[in-house]
Design a protein around this ligand. Structure first.
Ligand SMILES: Cc1ncc(COP(=O)(O)O)c(C=O)c1O
Length: 249
């Protein structure tokens, strides 16, 4: 297979001078990336410290507790994944999916398809339910799908960035408990944008990103697992197929 890479033509007026790091100022008004808060930009202007430094451990504790607050969860296993939201998405699937597990994905826009692709790469038996873009699933539709597919994991996108549709989650966690399956939620566009109540909604796994509702640069993506999800991880017969994202390490 030969790959031909064509370089984009950059108008001289927009060429970034590496010497001056002359990056243009933009007002970002899409769902993300968003402009970073000035406090965040100032904090990034500091020298790094070591990951075993007591000050680092204190900072990590603080970041974890702030993530728990925004998500309204008590999950001890709540931490930032080094990477964008897709890395945190991958961390949920890598840790939760064992080959052959049935993973049911709700597709009502672009990002449901990414979950399908990723779950398949971890050799899940991927099933999907679809709604036209812009629509959301109701509890009766989800119940029927759980009855038909009996999945180990149900994955839904809370806020479909491609359409702006917000999937209501009240009652979905109870349904998943009834069918003994884990509930996995994409909150990449919803975190910091709308209230989220992970524990109240009985969500088992969630991920997000830093460059949208949290007004930070990309690369530090919230990730959380409930006790139920950790139990599934604990009972795995096979190693997590991704060393970097293996939470058990
Ligand atoms: C709903 C949703 N999920 C996942 C992603 C992937 O996140 P990232 O681009 O940070 O990898 C995005 C990105 O826009 C998104 O909107």
């Amino acid at each position: 297979m030969s790959l031909t890479v064509s370089r984009p033509k950059i108008n001289d007026a927009f060429r970034v001078s590496l010497q001056a790091l002359d990056i243009p100022e933009r007002l970002l008004l899409g769902p993300g990336p968003s402009n970073s808060n000035p406090d965040v930009v100032a904090a990034m202007n500091r020298q790094p410290i070591g990951h075993l430094d007591p000050a680092y451990l204190y900072l990590m504790d603080e970041v974890q507790s702030m993530m728990r607050y925004v998500w309204q969860t008590e999950n001890p296993m709540t931490l930032p994944i080094s990477g964008t939201g897709s890395a945190a998405m991958e961390a949920t699937l890598a840790n939760a999916v064992e080959p052959g597990d049935v993973v049911l994905v709700g597709i009502n826009g672009y990002f449901g398809n990414r979950l399908v692709d990723m779950a398949g790469r971890y050799r899940a038996d991927v099933r999907s339910i679809s709604k036209p873009w812009g629509e959301v699933f109701n509890l009766a539709e989800l119940r029927a799908a759980l009855e038909a597919h009996r999945p180990a994991i149900l994955a839904l996108v809370h806020a479909e960035t491609s359409t702006g549709a917000r999937q209501p989650l009240e009652g979905v966690g109870d349904l998943c408990r009834e069918f003994d399956c884990l509930l996995l939620i994409d909150t990449v566009t919803s975190m910091g944008g709308v209230p989220i109540f992970l524990d109240e909604w009985k969500v088992d796994m969630a991920y997000s990103c830093s460059q949208k509702g949290l007004s930070c640069p990309p690369g530090s993506s919230p990730f959380t697992m409930s006790e139920r999800a950790l139990q599934k991880l604990d009972k795995r017969q096979t190693k997590v197929a991704n060393w970097y994202l293996d939470i058990s390490l």
